[in-house]
Design a protein around this ligand. Structure first.
Ligand code: HEM
Length: 142
């Protein structure tokens, strides 16, 4: 059993903490979609209910990406579990591509209400606000 250094614990815990909110939100959304009834304690997402497949792919791939990704940066794991590191790296690339493509697909094909996401405070809004700011920057810079 490999012991992690203090700095490695900080990296892995830091990355897992950052992933916590979107992952928990995504897991509840998945439960909602599997049960086919709206859960009261998460924000409503009519787009997910009417077209669940892209968001399901997005959630599963991004959760996998966040969790596996957190362990990829640890020198002890890289050195002592090389095969695991390589397999996880390959899975990560596929998960990352799926997360990005499904995100882009939803951005393009889901119909968002007027004023979204500024008025909406859901987990996805945080992703949306970032995306909108990047797009604004890209389209306004010369
Ligand atoms: C690893 C990074 C990412 C994570 C952890 C993540 C997580 C999530 C989660 C949990 C949801 C479900 C929100 C809900 O249930 O309402 C979601 C939705 C969504 N994400 Fe991501 N996402 C990531 C990256 C991206 C990227 C790069 C894009 C854009 C290219 C994107 C675009 C979207 C869109 C459009 C939705 C649907 C929003 C809605 O219908 O309200 N995501 N994301």
């Amino acid at each position: 059993m490999t012991k992690l250094h203090k700095s490695e614990w900080i990296i892995v815990i830091g990355l897992l903490v950052l992933s916590f909110v979107p992952c928990i939100g995504g897991i509840f959304r998945m439960i909602e979609l599997q049960m086919d009834t709206a859960l009261e304690f998460i924000p409503k997402n009519p787009r997910a209910l009417s077209s669940p497949i892209p968001i399901e792919i997005h959630i599963m791939s991004s959760v996998l990406y966040c969790i596996l990704g957190a362990f990829q940066f640890l020198p002890n794991i890289r050195g002592n579990y090389t095969k695991w590191h390589q397999l996880s790296g390959r899975l990560l690339v596929c998960a990352g591509i799926l997360a990005a493509l499904s995100g882009l697909w939803m951005t393009h094909f889901y119909s968002f209400p007027e004023g979204f996401p500024e008025k909406n405070k859901s987990v996805s809004s945080i992703v949306q606000i970032g995306r909108q700011r990047c797009l604004r920057k890209l389209t306004t810079s010369p």
